[in-house]
Design a protein around this ligand. Structure first.
Ligand SMILES: N[C@@H](CCC(=O)N[C@@H](CS)C(=O)NCC(=O)O)C(=O)O
Length: 213
């Protein structure tokens, strides 16, 4: 059986869970967190980052590498389009989510969730205010501009770009930050469409049960 190493609340780990579930692959989760990386983890993940993934063929790290591997090994229920241009767009939005969206929204999740619940420290509300006022608006402006009134970020089906974007939007919601629907209506509608899918519903329910513990 395949094993995914990493806590499911990490946006990168959740992205891979979405990929595994879309493809119906059985897997175990080893829920390690970056604040308590076990000794020897660098053998699985040389940068000591989560996620890492192992199955009967491979042991590798990095959510994008893992998603691409899964899509090539299990072509049914594709998570990247075949079309050349659409595929490049998916890669772009996946990268944008993993870097720019994460940098803008991730620290709010870190401050309000990781610091408070895992590290038992107070959140830095001044840092959060600065992110909300300065870092987040250009990112949400860009995404709002790129989105259509229907479908997902690239076309009518969920892709890895939606897993990466949606995973960050989930953590933004968990951090208590509500996206302004008057300023970014397409982004809020997209978030609602994503969260209404069976795939996202299942994850939100599973996260809720885990967070309640
Ligand atoms: N490019 C990597 C990024 C993974 C990543 O940054 N994971 C975070 C957790 S959300 C981590 O392990 N951080 C610990 C560190 O940077 O040392 C991927 O896509 O998997």
């Amino acid at each position: 059986m395949a094993t995914l190493h990493g806590a499911p609340l990490s946006p990168f780990v959740r992205k891979v869970i979405f990929a595994l579930e879309t493809k119906g692959i059985d897997f175990d989760i080893n829920p390690i967190t970056p604040v308590a990386i076990p000794e020897g983890f660098e053998k699985l993940s040389p940068l000591k980052k989560i996620p890492a993934f192992e199955d009967d063929l491979i042991s590798t790290a990095d959510s994008s590498v893992i998603c691409e591997y899964l899509d090539q090994r299990y072509p049914e229920n594709p998570i990247y389009p075949q079309d050349l241009v659409a595929r490049a767009k998916v890669r772009w939005f996946e990268e944008y989510a993993d870097t720019v969206l994460l940098s803008a929204c991730g620290p709010i999740f870190f401050e309000r969730f990781v610091k408070v619940h895992l590290m038992k420290q107070e959140s830095d509300e001044q840092r959060i205010q600065n992110l909300i006022e300065n870092d987040i608006p250009p990112v949400f402006d860009y995404l709002n501009e790129q989105l259509s009134d229907a479908g997902f970020i690239v076309g009518a089906s969920l892709t890895t770009a939606d897993f990466a974007l949606g995973s960050n939007l989930i953590n933004t919601m968990y951090a208590g930050h509500k996206i302004d629907s008057e300023r970014w209506p397409k982004l809020v509608a997209y978030q609602q469409r994503l969260f209404a899918t069976e795939l996202f519903q299942r994850r939100l329910t599973s996260d809720k049960a885990m967070m309640a513990q």
